[in-house]
Design a protein around this ligand. Structure first.
Ligand code: ADP
Ligand code: MG
Length: 493
């Protein structure tokens, strides 16, 4: 049990540091004073100091005079502030109790507390033989039985005692993620809070296999969905989010080799550059290039050559131009509204049919500039083993919670390829739409992306754009080294 006695200069939230010691109770007694009485007291103290100063000066004793000079100036200023009603004086006592499981721990904590206080030029007095009184003081009854330890403080000084700088890094809003191990205080995180509280909305969870990463991702996402109605998209490599997705009322899309999924990487949606809506064909070209470069790395052990890079750019642009799709927002819709293929009338805008991977491969083959790449892409066409994404988009963009289950895909590269396409597509189809709606993208086992430079860059791009749109990317990975050492991480700032 301690009573705190402090010196004159203190920073805001300075008591917060003491909470880090763990299992500490801090009780602060603040009493307003009667201004008339305070002014009399201050005047008496001032006169005392002034006469002391005179005496020292006459004796030629200069050791204490600078201290007294400062004290006189401070007292005069304080008296003036109170006289003119600019400030108010309070009597403050701070009581601290340390709790510990053993005497050893208590002694250790005592040393830490004393050194913390020394750093702040505050001094603690131990309530030797008065423990019971001290314990009573800490109870929330407001009748402090230990008088005469008060320290006077102006309003600004009292404000420094308020725990404003939060030692738990907890947000005021958001979802509960657990308790602080040392202080036992609840910790909340609001990934949507935005700057300055959180300049970056993303969450990265790492740990050994079986350490609880997926459970943490699931809990955090589910709590967000339930408390703030946010949407959630799971890139589920292991097929372990199906249950959760069903429970949250979402849709599970099973990705199987040899079957199309209704996801088209060539799908375009309206983007926004901060001012205007537009169709971002440039980004699409970059995405397709990154995707093909990753495929190329895996199957041919090399990166794209100059001809291939140019061909990709030319063909992707051609595919959209042929469909009269440009940067103009209206260009992705057909001119005539009305009837669509299945006989139903649709009111409003109807989207044009987007190009598919087949269209791309046909053109690549026709142009004969990149026979190797065009041959390689055959495996990725509809009907072949990797023809998962060679199709029109069939999934409604009204879905709010979707899990992409890739558990049936066995090899690592196909999982990466599928994650890559799905992430691009989720971005186009869901993230860019309904911008005011909260959404979370969960990408478990994200280390897959770091296997190739191109896919790593792609993940960094998603993170960068996510930050711009305040869309959190929840990432889980059992390998932290890849993330820490990757060039892409170093470039992400
Ligand atoms: N906070 C927790 N409390 C109790 N059990 C947990 C907790 N977190 C994880 N587990 C259990 O640990 C096991 C592995 O967790 P999981 O999240 O799948 O690990 P990881 O994704 O890191 O490999 C699961 O069976 C899960 O039920
Ligand atoms: Mg896991």
């Amino acid at each position: 049990m301690y009573l705190l006695y402090f010196q004159n200069k203190l920073g805001y939230g300075w008591l917060d540091d003491l909470v880090y010691i763990g299992d500490v109770n801090i009780s602060i007694k603040i009493e307003p004073t009667n201004n008339g009485v305070v002014i009399n007291q201050l005047t008496r103290k001032l006169v005392q100091n002034q006469s002391q100063y005179q005496t020292y000066m006459q004796q030629g004793n200069i050791a204490h005079t600078p201290e007294l000079e400062k004290s006189i100036v401070d007292l005069e200023e304080l008296r003036m502030l109170i006289q003119t009603n600019q400030d108010k004086l309070f009597l403050v006592t701070v009581f601290i109790t340390l709790n510990a499981k053993s005497l050893e721990e208590l002694n250790e904590k005592t040393l830490i507390l004393e050194s913390e206080l020394n750093k702040k030029t505050a001094m603690a007095r131990v309530l030797m033989f008065r423990q019971l009184e001290g314990m009573k003081t800490m109870l929330p009854f407001g009748d402090t039985p230990i008088p005469n330890y008060e320290r006077n403080m102006v309003a600004g000084g009292v404000a420094t005692l308020i725990p404003i700088s939060n030692p738990n890094l907890s947000h005021e809003t958001g979802v509960f993620i657990g308790r602080n191990m040392f202080t036992n205080a609840p910790v909340y995180i609001d990934t949507f809070i935005g700057p300055p509280s959180l300049p970056n909305p993303h969450v990265f969870i790492c740990g050994t296999s079986g350490g609880g990463k997926s459970v943490a991702l699931k809990t955090l996402t589910a709590r967000n969905v339930i408390t703030n109605g946010s949407g959630a998209f799971f890139i589920d490599v292991e097929g372990e989010y199906t249950n959760l997705c069903h429970k949250l009322g979402g849709k599970v899309i099973k990705v199987r080799q040899g079957e199309t999924t209704g996801i088209n990487p060539f799908e375009l949606e309206i983007d926004n550059d901060g001012k205007n809506d537009f169709i971002n064909i440039l980004d699409k070209v970059a995405e397709i290039r990154a995707l093909l470069a990753t495929i190329c790395r895996n199957y041919m052990g090399r990166t794209l050559n100059a001809t291939e890079i140019t061909e990709i750019e030319v063909i992707v642009n051609q595919l959209y131009t042929e469909r009269e799709i440009s940067s103009d927002v209206n260009s992705i819709y057909t001119k005539s509204g009305g009837k669509i293929d299945n006989g139903k009338y649709v009111i409003g805008k109807i989207k044009k049919k987007m190009p598919t991977l087949s269209d791309f491969q046909h053109k690549l083959k026709e142009r004969k500039n990149c026979p190797e790449l065009s041959q390689l892409l055959v495996t990725f066409l509809r009907g072949n083993s990797l023809g998962i994404f060679d199709c029109e988009s069939e999934i409604s963009s009204d879905e709010n919670i979707v899990s992409f289950d890739m558990s049936e895909i066995k090899d690592e590269f196909t999982k990466l390829y599928a994650s890559f396409v799905i992430l691009t597509w989720v971005w186009q189809k869901f993230v860019l739409k309904n911008k005011d709606k909260k959404k979370i993208i969960v990408c478990d086992e994200a280390w897959l992306f770091l296997k190739y430079q191109e896919s790593a860059e792609f993940l960094v791009n998603v993170a960068r754009r996510g930050r711009k749109y305040n869309i959190p990317l929840f990432i889980g990975s059992q390998f932290i080294d890849e993330f820490l050492n990757s060039e892409e991480r170093k470039n992400y700032n």
